[in-house]
Design a binder for this molecule. Structure first.
Ligand SMILES: [Zn+2]
Ligand SMILES: [Zn+2]
Length: 160
Protein backbone atom coordinates (compact mmCIF):
# COMPACT_ATOMS: atom_id res chain seq x y z
CA UNK A 1 0.00 0.00 0.00
CA UNK A 2 1.22 3.44 -0.99
CA UNK A 3 0.65 4.97 2.44
CA UNK A 4 2.52 2.23 4.23
CA UNK A 5 5.45 2.58 1.87
CA UNK A 6 5.62 6.32 2.52
CA UNK A 7 5.54 5.67 6.26
CA UNK A 8 8.34 3.13 5.94
CA UNK A 9 10.37 5.54 3.82
CA UNK A 10 9.92 8.36 6.32
CA UNK A 11 10.96 6.08 9.20
CA UNK A 12 13.98 4.85 7.24
CA UNK A 13 15.04 8.43 6.45
CA UNK A 14 14.87 9.41 10.11
CA UNK A 15 16.94 6.39 11.11
CA UNK A 16 19.50 7.09 8.37
CA UNK A 17 20.38 10.41 9.99
CA UNK A 18 20.20 9.01 13.52
CA UNK A 19 16.93 10.69 14.52
CA UNK A 20 14.38 8.96 16.70
CA UNK A 21 11.26 7.92 14.80
CA UNK A 22 8.29 9.83 16.26
CA UNK A 23 4.75 10.23 14.91
CA UNK A 24 5.08 14.02 14.38
CA UNK A 25 8.39 13.61 12.51
CA UNK A 26 6.93 10.94 10.22
CA UNK A 27 3.80 13.06 9.66
CA UNK A 28 5.85 16.16 8.79
CA UNK A 29 8.01 14.26 6.28
CA UNK A 30 4.93 12.71 4.68
CA UNK A 31 3.12 16.06 4.48
CA UNK A 32 6.13 17.64 2.80
CA UNK A 33 6.48 14.72 0.43
CA UNK A 34 2.94 15.42 -0.79
CA UNK A 35 3.13 19.22 -0.60
CA UNK A 36 6.68 20.42 -1.27
CA UNK A 37 7.55 24.10 -0.62
CA UNK A 38 5.00 24.41 2.20
CA UNK A 39 5.03 26.91 5.04
CA UNK A 40 5.30 25.69 8.63
CA UNK A 41 1.65 26.67 9.20
CA UNK A 42 0.32 24.67 6.27
CA UNK A 43 2.49 21.68 7.26
CA UNK A 44 1.01 21.96 10.77
CA UNK A 45 -2.49 21.78 9.27
CA UNK A 46 -1.64 18.61 7.32
CA UNK A 47 -0.01 17.06 10.38
CA UNK A 48 -3.11 17.78 12.50
CA UNK A 49 -5.30 16.19 9.84
CA UNK A 50 -3.15 13.07 10.07
CA UNK A 51 -2.54 12.90 13.82
CA UNK A 52 -5.16 14.99 15.53
CA UNK A 53 -3.81 17.57 17.94
CA UNK A 54 -0.16 18.50 17.49
CA UNK A 55 1.05 21.91 18.61
CA UNK A 56 2.43 24.34 16.05
CA UNK A 57 5.55 24.58 18.23
CA UNK A 58 6.05 20.80 17.95
CA UNK A 59 5.86 21.09 14.16
CA UNK A 60 8.38 23.97 14.19
CA UNK A 61 10.71 21.82 16.31
CA UNK A 62 10.44 18.89 13.88
CA UNK A 63 11.14 21.21 10.94
CA UNK A 64 14.21 22.64 12.67
CA UNK A 65 15.64 19.27 13.71
CA UNK A 66 15.04 17.67 10.30
CA UNK A 67 16.52 20.68 8.48
CA UNK A 68 19.62 20.57 10.67
CA UNK A 69 19.93 16.84 9.99
CA UNK A 70 19.82 17.50 6.22
CA UNK A 71 16.48 15.72 5.66
CA UNK A 72 14.71 18.96 4.78
CA UNK A 73 15.66 22.06 2.91
CA UNK A 74 14.43 25.47 3.96
CA UNK A 75 14.11 28.24 1.38
CA UNK A 76 12.97 31.78 1.92
CA UNK A 77 12.16 33.65 -1.31
CA UNK A 78 11.95 37.44 -0.78
CA UNK A 79 8.53 38.41 0.56
CA UNK A 80 7.60 34.81 1.44
CA UNK A 81 7.63 32.99 4.76
CA UNK A 82 10.12 30.10 4.99
CA UNK A 83 9.17 27.13 2.82
CA UNK A 84 10.26 23.55 3.41
CA UNK A 85 10.81 20.57 1.13
CA UNK A 86 12.12 17.02 1.36
CA UNK A 87 14.26 17.43 -1.75
CA UNK A 88 17.45 18.37 0.05
CA UNK A 89 21.11 18.20 -0.77
CA UNK A 90 20.91 18.27 -4.57
CA UNK A 91 21.50 21.99 -5.11
CA UNK A 92 18.35 22.48 -7.21
CA UNK A 93 16.93 25.95 -7.75
CA UNK A 94 13.48 27.51 -7.71
CA UNK A 95 11.15 29.33 -10.04
CA UNK A 96 8.84 31.66 -8.08
CA UNK A 97 5.68 33.29 -9.46
CA UNK A 98 5.49 37.02 -8.72
CA UNK A 99 1.69 36.96 -8.80
CA UNK A 100 0.56 33.87 -6.85
CA UNK A 101 3.79 32.82 -5.13
CA UNK A 102 3.81 29.32 -6.70
CA UNK A 103 7.22 27.68 -6.27
CA UNK A 104 8.58 25.06 -8.67
CA UNK A 105 11.83 23.14 -8.67
CA UNK A 106 14.31 23.40 -11.48
CA UNK A 107 17.45 21.30 -11.65
CA UNK A 108 20.83 22.86 -11.20
CA UNK A 109 22.39 22.86 -14.66
CA UNK A 110 25.93 21.78 -13.71
CA UNK A 111 24.42 19.51 -11.04
CA UNK A 112 26.72 20.49 -8.19
CA UNK A 113 27.27 23.52 -5.98
CA UNK A 114 28.30 26.20 -6.66
CA UNK A 115 26.61 26.23 -10.06
CA UNK A 116 27.55 29.87 -10.57
CA UNK A 117 30.82 31.56 -9.84
CA UNK A 118 31.23 35.31 -9.50
CA UNK A 119 33.43 37.11 -12.02
CA UNK A 120 35.56 38.27 -9.14
CA UNK A 121 35.13 36.30 -5.89
CA UNK A 122 37.31 38.93 -4.14
CA UNK A 123 39.06 36.28 -2.11
CA UNK A 124 35.91 34.41 -0.99
CA UNK A 125 35.91 30.63 -1.07
CA UNK A 126 32.47 30.22 -2.71
CA UNK A 127 30.66 26.95 -1.98
CA UNK A 128 27.08 27.76 -2.90
CA UNK A 129 25.01 29.99 -5.17
CA UNK A 130 21.34 30.32 -4.32
CA UNK A 131 19.37 31.13 -7.45
CA UNK A 132 15.71 32.20 -7.53
CA UNK A 133 14.16 32.70 -10.95
CA UNK A 134 11.28 35.22 -10.71
CA UNK A 135 8.46 35.44 -13.23
CA UNK A 136 4.85 34.37 -13.84
CA UNK A 137 3.58 30.79 -13.64
CA UNK A 138 1.54 29.39 -16.57
CA UNK A 139 -1.80 30.02 -14.80
CA UNK A 140 -0.93 33.61 -13.93
CA UNK A 141 0.24 34.28 -17.50
CA UNK A 142 -3.26 33.28 -18.69
CA UNK A 143 -4.98 35.38 -15.99
CA UNK A 144 -2.80 38.37 -16.75
CA UNK A 145 -3.36 38.22 -20.50
CA UNK A 146 -7.13 37.88 -19.92
CA UNK A 147 -7.01 40.92 -17.62
CA UNK A 148 -5.00 42.79 -20.23
CA UNK A 149 -7.76 42.15 -22.76
CA UNK A 150 -10.37 43.42 -20.31
CA UNK A 151 -8.34 46.59 -19.78
CA UNK A 152 -8.19 47.11 -23.56
CA UNK A 153 -11.97 46.68 -23.84
CA UNK A 154 -12.74 49.18 -21.10
CA UNK A 155 -10.29 51.64 -22.68
CA UNK A 156 -12.24 51.33 -25.95
CA UNK A 157 -15.48 51.87 -24.09
CA UNK A 158 -14.11 55.02 -22.51
CA UNK A 159 -13.18 56.44 -25.90
CA UNK A 160 -16.67 55.91 -27.37
ZN1 LIG B 1 1.25 32.33 -10.45
ZN1 LIG C 1 12.56 22.77 -4.27
Amino acid sequence: MMEEREMRDARALLRTVGLRVTAPRVAVLRALHGYPHSTADSIARHVREALGSVSTQAVYDVLRVCTEAGLLRRIEPAGSPALFETRAGDNHHHLVCRACGAVTDTDCVPGAAPCLTPNDPVGFLVDEAEVVFWGYCPDCQITRSAMGELDDLSAQDAEV
